[in-house]
Design a protein around this ligand. Structure first.
Ligand code: UN1
Length: 508
């Protein structure tokens, strides 16, 4: 607890006298959203939500800032993001503690999230000098055809509780170097992480005389998400969360012909073939299945094992699960922290019942744990499923792993692809043909397909996202930045004649 108090203090989140609330009215004057730590159930502080009027003002300030920010040369925008990266390095430990305590992931993963923000800052700084367009051979004499990438406008960013800071950085830092201000609606389950990040960024902006409107925060409930989705002043909305939420956001933004980047649910499978290095596979699968207590969109939810190694591998897996320690996320000997809240526990417990009803057989049956610092700690489950069932097509945000048997690789890939979601996937094999087949056009249909690496824990350098119900968006590395800019095609005639394209004659 002392660790948490001193982290909050270092981050400038000191509770006011009134009922332990942070009194962060700076962020709004609406209802107080109280943040409870799933680690011990205690209130960490309250953040006031924004009212409709305040929301409208926040977006106006982002619009105003856009007029300034789009004129700042991209490498200078990168310089601001570079300084944000330095500030995050300075606050890595306290912010890692807050992420861990407010979200419930273990401290190592809390630190990992802040590191992911730092990596994104570095990436964005480099990107700020690489926002290239193409020059294209023109079909007309004395003509040049080229494309430029211009800033798009303020971007709405809706993030989920499970990555309360990293996913924001994927979007915000790229948007910022692209010349777009951001309006961030964090999860109401982790508002303090957002306030802490906002303060760190705010100090950098102040030191550099950059308008506050470049990075804005709009804390609130579902209605703020709706305001963002319906707001024509936000040409792009990037949303991370459930498929249900993504459908609503997607439809609302599409109705006004805005753009979306959707990163929704995953239902990720790992295939272990008879040619696998089983020790390596085991480590990757366990981290994938129970890391973050199964609350990553990239969590390994389905294990597809070849019949020849089925019994052997499961035996090792069950033995390894016995070694896992569940407990307070800030206890550094622990592997698994709590679920986020009571609702998450209920969803997990209901899924366990459904597994039983749908022909599942538990090899390890978990459930709510007694005598823990809060009621939100659960032990993980492994269920053998004779075939694909409705429950195995759903994403249950908890440490619940389904196991299925396969006989030939085509069948395994069919199983991999036979769910509505298409985020991440993995194959474990030292056989070249098997690995290449898995990532070929006939292989995994997911946005991420890994070989001898788990389904979770992607690096920021690649584009992150998935197909089908996962929403199709791409964030973070590679050329994801293009979604945050508008492409302008320029035709430049440096001759004295006016030849028309397609050879059309129009003489008069
Ligand atoms: C998410 O769960 O929404 O690949 C994102 C990973 C992390 C990001 C997960 N880098 O597991």
């Amino acid at each position: 607890m002392d660790k948490v108090q001193s982290a909050l203090q270092t981050l400038g989140l000191t509770p006011s006298e009134k009922g332990g609330s942070l009194g962060a009215s700076f962020f709004g004057s609406g209802e107080v959203i109280e943040s409870f730590s799933p680690a011990d159930g205690r209130s960490i502080g309250g953040v006031q939500a924004v009212t409709r009027q305040e929301y409208l003002r926040i977006v106006s300030s982002a619009q105003e800032a856009f007029r300034y920010w789009r004129k700042v040369p991209a490498p200078q925008r990168g310089e601001i993001v570079r300084q944000i990266g330095l500030a995050l390095r300075k606050y890595k430990e306290p912010l890692g503690i807050l992420v861990s305590y407010e979200m419930g992931k273990i401290y190592q993963e809390g630190l990992g999230e802040v590191q992911e923000m730092i990596d994104m800052a570095d990436f964005a700084v480099g990107l700020s000098r690489q926002l290239y367009g193409l020059t294209i051979a023109s079909e007309r004499p004395n003509h040049r055809l080229m494309e430029q990438w211009h800033p798009l406008g303020p971007v709405g960013i809706i993030t989920s509780f499970n990555f309360p800071v990293a996913v924001y950085a994927w979007n915000a830092f790229v948007a910022a170097v692209c010349g777009d201000p951001v309006v961030w609606k964090p999860s109401e389950k982790t508002p303090l992480c957002a306030v802490a990040v906002q303060k760190i960024i705010g100090d950098v902006l102040k030191e550099n005389n950059v308008p506050e409107g470049v990075f804005t925060l709009a804390v609130g409930g579902r209605e703020v998400g709706e305001w963002i989705s319906e707001d024509p002043r936000l040409p792009l909305v990037s949303a991370t969360g459930s498929i249900r939420m993504g459908r609503i956001v997607g439809q609302k933004v599409a109705a006004r012909l805005g753009r979306t980047i959707l990163e929704l649910g995953g239902n990720n499978a790992a295939i272990v073939t008879p040619h696998a290095n089983q020790d390596l596979a085991l480590r990757a699968i366990i981290f994938g299945a129970v890391g973050t207590a199964g609350q990553r969109c990239t969590t390994t939810r389905r294990l597809i094992l070849h019949a020849d190694i089925y019994e052997e591998f499961l035996e090792k897996l069950l033995k390894a699960y016995q070694q896992l320690r569940i407990g307070h996320p800030l206890d550094e000997t622990v592997h698994i922290g709590p679920l986020i809240d009571e609702q998450a526990v209920q969803v997990y417990l209901r899924a366990l019942d459904t597994v039983r009803e749908q022909k599942g057989r538990f090899l390890l049956e978990g459930g709510r744990m007694a005598d823990m610092p809060s009621p939100y700690y659960v032990s993980p489950s492994i269920a053998e499923m004779p075939e694909q069932m409705p429950i195995t097509c759903e994403e249950t945000f908890a440490p619940l792993l389904y196991v299925m048997k396969y006989h030939d690789l085509e069948e395994a890939i069919e199983l991999n692809n036979a769910v509505p979601q298409g985020l991440s996937s993995a194959i474990f094999s030292d056989n070249f043909q098997e690995c290449e087949y898995f990532i070929s056009p006939e292989g995994s249909d997911c946005g991420l397909a890994n070989v001898n690496a788990g389904t979770s824990g992607a690096e920021i350098g690649g584009a992150f996202g998935g197909e089908k119900d996962t929403g199709g968006g791409r964030e973070a590395g590679s050329d994801s930045w293009k979604a945050y800019m508008r492409r302008q095609t320029n035709t430049i005639n440096y001759g004295k004649d006016l030849p028309l394209a397609q050879g059309i004659k129009f003489d008069f």
